[in-house]
Ligand binder design. Structure first.
Ligand code: FES
Length: 578
């Protein structure tokens, strides 16, 4: 390719003084004229000692660089913000948009002809997708991979679905402190993101579904040498992309988003992905209304036996054929847009032609659907509908979501009296109060935990079961909030209620003792309070203090964050190219 057509030429081959100065300063780092004449490949690095899930990226970046050099490019690694789910308070979601801005601006500001995005933990991949979608420089996603399945007394554990399960047993008094310590030692035993079909796994799979990552990227475990070889291949591919000019706008289309939604429904993916995908699409000016998610969910069989909806982990999914095996099944049923382009240079259909159909073994057999099966055939799905249902009603005029594959079946249609918490502090104060008026049939309601209300929309939606109910053997009950929930969680949890309580949504008008009805099959969420009474309560309603942030990023966030059904992006970041 003619060197004058490259983006990096505007930096290194600028005929003005700054071209000369930039070359001189690059040479101070050991790069010569030949290096600067090659395609320049950025590696967006998110290695951080404060993010365990991204802890293999120094090594992975070295393999990406090998691939870039092999293919005739020059790799340049640069840092961005890294968001580690477990070590940030109050919630990483507060900074997803900040990381997206960081990623977008660093790509746009630098002499990069293509970028390899190294993300892994929950918010890092969506943030990179959003930023790269806006920057619209050729980019591919390389995730760090899931960690190995955990170990405890002969059981295979999945973080963090089993973190929550064992913690509930500990709270109930059915698991000893000694056993809990053993779980703590064995549940997460390697680099990598959570190994269940939580948000990180869902977003990594979606990267494949969008055609934005190399096939098999999502499920190869982090410590597996096959991921190192994949990183090297990603480096080589990025050089071809720099020359071939496949930009995010070429692969992020209405149809590719529909493919990604289809895939997440077949996988039982995280509810968080509804928000993230909506935000990524919004960066390209594409709208994904909640009705689209619901329609695709109704049309898509649930095929994948992974925690928290099933039994297995990403490590086993890879051995059963990975995400391509699931996509192959969807394609076989005519459920994917096969003509969509991918970063491989081929269409989705061409990529899937090379994928073997499901075989006949216990791990992947079409003729055998016992409990050890991981990817189910279309003809014998685990469930006829996909993982997520969208609910509407007078309690959520803008919609709400529930993960119908990861909840107790008896709660899909339920009516109960509300037990209301006005926010996270109120919840912490009251949840284990022995005098709390709550039964297994109650509906726990959390207010003011949405994008503006918390602020940051934390994963607080999976409210803990009150201790006295745990002790009585209750392990699931209906919960409703404007918060999010970890993709690793199991439970009858209605999330993302829109509009949120903090902006005057009806959720903020619920009072203790109100009757609430949820019917997942009918997609209904109803508060049995008259319009007159709701109007009276609204006249007394006061916005929470969270809306009055004094300064800094929190103020920017609260002033500009959109509601969950619009992806919780900033209003000034939505749209196509700058
Ligand atoms: Fe990073 Fe679960 S804590 S993916």
């Amino acid at each position: 390719m003619d060197a004058t057509t490259r983006r990096s030429d505007a930096w290194f081959h600028d005929p003005d003084m700054y071209g000369f100065v930039r070359r001189a300063f690059a040479k101070s780092m050991g790069y010569d004229d030949a290096d600067l004449a090659r395609p320049i490949i950025g590696i967006a690095q998110t290695q951080s000692d404060l993010n365990n899930c991204n802890n293999n990226f120094d090594e992975l970046a070295e393999y990406v660089k090998r691939g870039v050099w092999q293919a005739g490019g020059t790799p340049l690694e640069f840092p961005t913000i890294s968001l580690g789910e477990l070590f940030m308070k109050p919630t990483t979601m507060l900074w997803r948009n900040l990381m997206a801005m960081d990623t977008e601006e660093m790509i746009r500001a630098h002499p990069l002809d293509a970028v390899v995005l190294l993300g892994n933990c929950d918010k890092t991949v969506p943030a990179q997708m959003m930023g790269a979608a806006s920057a619209n420089v050729p980019a591919l996603i390389l995730t760090g991979g899931p960690h190995l399945s955990g170990r405890f007394r002969g059981q295979s554990l999945g973080a963090c679905s089993d973190c929550r399960r064992f913690w509930a047993e500990y709270r109930a008094g059915t698991l000893s402190e000694e056993a809990l310590c053993e779980v703590e030692d064995g549940i997460n035993r390697s680099d990598g993101h959570c190994t269940v079909m939580g948000t990180a796994s869902t977003m990594a799979a979606i990267a494949e579904g969008l055609g934005w990552a190399l096939p098999y990227n999502a499920a190869i475990p982090a410590p597996d040498a096959r991921r190192l070889r994949l990183a090297e291949a990603a480096g080589r591919r990025s050089v071809a992309m720099a020359s071939g000019g496949i930009r995010p706008s070429d692969i992020l289309t209405q149809n590719s988003f529909e493919n990604a939604i289809r895939l997440m429904m077949a996988l039982g993916g995280s509810t968080n992905a509804v928000i993230h995908l909506t935000a990524v699409a919004g960066r390209r000016g594409i709208q994904l209304p909640l009705e689209l998610f619901d329609r695709i969910s109704r049309e898509t069989p649930f095929l994948t036996n992974l925690q928290p909806s099933g039994a297995f982990h990403m490590e086993q999914l890879h051995e059963a054929g990975g995400v391509p095996a699931v996509m192959k099944e969807l394609a076989r049923g005519g459920l994917l847009h096969l003509e969509e382009r991918t970063i491989t240079g081929q269409t989705i259909g061409q990529v899937l032609e090379r994928v073997a159909p499901l075989g006949a073994s216990a791990a992947d057999g079409t003729g055998w659907c016992g409990p050890d099966r991981i990817v189910y055939p279309l003809e014998q799905p685990i469930d006829t509908e996909g993982g997520i249902a969208v609910l509407r009603g007078n309690l959520a005029p803008g919609g709400a979501v529930i993960k119908q594959t990861a909840m107790s079946a008896h709660l899909r249609k339920h009516r109960g009296r509300a037990v209301v918490y006005a926010g996270a502090a109120d919840l912490a104060h009251k949840i284990d109060d022995p005098s709390l008026d709550v039964t297994a049939d109650s509906v726990l309601v959390l207010q003011n935990a949405g994008p503006k209300g918390a602020p940051g929309m934390p994963e607080a939606g999976s409210l803990p079961i009150p201790k006295k109910l745990l002790a009585a053997g209750v392990r699931d009950m209906l919960r409703i909030s404007d918060a999010r929930m970890s993709g690793t969680a199991f439970g009858a949890v209605v999330l993302h209620v829109t509009p949120e309580a903090a902006v005057g949504g009806p959720l903020g008008l619920v009072r203790d003792g109100d009757w609430i009805e949820v019917d997942v099959g009918a997609r209904r969420l109803h508060l049995e309070v008259s319009d007159e009474e709701l109007a009276r309560r609204r006249s007394e309603w006061q916005p929470p203090s969270s809306l009055r942030q004094a300064r800094g990023y929190s103020r920017l966030y609260v002033d500009h964050v959109l509601q969950a059904d619009q992806g919780a992006d900033f209003d000034f970041l939505v749209g196509g190219d700058a």
